[in-house]
Design a protein around this ligand. Structure first.
Ligand code: UDP
Ligand code: MG
Length: 334
């Protein structure tokens, strides 16, 4: 039976280091989105539950099957059969990691929630330090990768630019080299659960929610098995997602670009009219005409494209569809 530790020995919180004092062992929900992870699921479970047992508080592992096409779901149910600390949520199809994660968060019952990948790239041993951070009064304890092994300099450089850009054009502070691997307190989860947007740029959502956060540094391992679902095209889209979800700077840039070009054109038009009136004009100027037309056409298309990006997002949000659909679920802790 899953319940909070109740025999509380302190909780007083407040914070930015005023009125802290939180020491008791919280109940833990570990949320794991998984898509085609049959090769690693059992080793993930073994390693993680060993860590959790070591910590010694009540815990549950919330497995979310994100429409896997392999034996992931079967493995989950098998584990749930043997271990009553497991909750299985089976989504009706593949919704993508962000949504699967959201489904897991919605079903988590613990006083603290740990988000972790199933592929063991996030070492579960860090959960112990997460809990310590929470006991020190932090609401969010997040893992920061110190080395990004096996990544090209192109990827590192583009990532670095991306962080710099998004930092400058949106008001939220997104920590660098940080994934979803983190612990969040119940109250920050409750805050996060109020953000029901479909375009879920999780790093941004976590940052938007705020609360006192503490980084923990670690070395990210390579995947244990299976393959990553990322490529450059996806990363590019991810960047666009991040920027358009948390900033309207591109729209503003479009406005000012338009304004600039308009001013420029007016001045140029004035000059041409003046010249024609004073000196007459033999028909000439095909090259300049062409350049101006193409230039303006190009700028207009780009700006329409930017508007289209936002319009598409509005379209998706306005439909108000549910974020995910659950096909089946099992909670052996109840
Ligand atoms: N994942 C998911 N749905 C998807 C893609 C990924 O639930 O559509 C899960 C995946 O099983 C893993 C986590 O999200 O637990 C991270 O995925 P991946 O390892 O591919 O991303 P990376 O570690 O390369 O960023
Ligand atoms: Mg991974």
């Amino acid at each position: 039976v899953f319940k909070s530790q109740s025999k509380k020995k302190y909780e007083e919180v407040g914070n930015d280091k005023g009125l802290v004092k939180r020491d008791y062992l919280p109940s833990i929900s570990v949320v794991v989105p998984a898509y085609n992870e049959q090769e690693v699921l059992t080793s993930f479970y073994n390693r993680t539950s060993a860590v959790l047992r070591d910590i010694g508080s009540n815990y549950e592992i919330v497995f979310v099957n994100d429409g896997s096409t392999d034996g992931t779901l079967k493995a989950m149910y098998q584990l749930a059969e043997e271990d009553k600390n497991i909750q299985v949520i089976d989504l009706s199809r593949n919704f993508g990691k962000e949504i699967a994660l959201t489904a897991g968060l919605d079903h988590a019952k613990g006083e603290v929630i740990v988000i972790i990948d199933a592929d063991l790239q996030d070492p579960p041993e860090l959960i112990t330090q997460f809990i310590k951070g929470w006991q020190d009064g932090y609401d969010v304890v997040y893992a920061v990768r110190t080395v990004r092994e096996g990544e090209s300099w192109v990827k590192k450089a583009t990532a670095s630019y991306f962080y710099r850009i998004i930092q400058n054009i949106s008001n939220i502070k997104i920590p660098r080299d940080t994934g979803d691997f983190r612990l969040i307190s119940r109250r920050s989860l409750d805050a996060l659960k109020q953000l029901r947007e479909h375009h879920r740029f999780m790093k941004g959502l976590f940052a938007w929610v705020g609360f006192d956060a503490k980084p923990i540094y670690y070395k990210r391992d390579a995947r244990l098995a299976g393959t990553t679902k990322w490529n450059y095209w996806k990363l590019w889209n991810f960047a666009i997602e991040g920027i358009t979800s948390f900033s309207i700077a591109p729209l503003k840039i479009a406005t000012y670009l338009g304004l600039l070009v308009a001013v420029f054109s007016f001045v140029y038009a004035g000059a041409i009219i003046y010249k024609t009136l004073m000196f007459g004009e033999s028909v000439q100027g095909y090259p300049s005409l062409m350049v101006v037309i193409l230039f303006l056409g190009g700028i207009q298309l780009v700006c329409i494209g930017v508007i289209g990006e936002y319009l598409g997002r509005i379209f998706n949000e306005v439909k108000k569809r549910p974020l995910y659909l659950v096909k089946d679920s099992r909670d052996s802790c109840l």
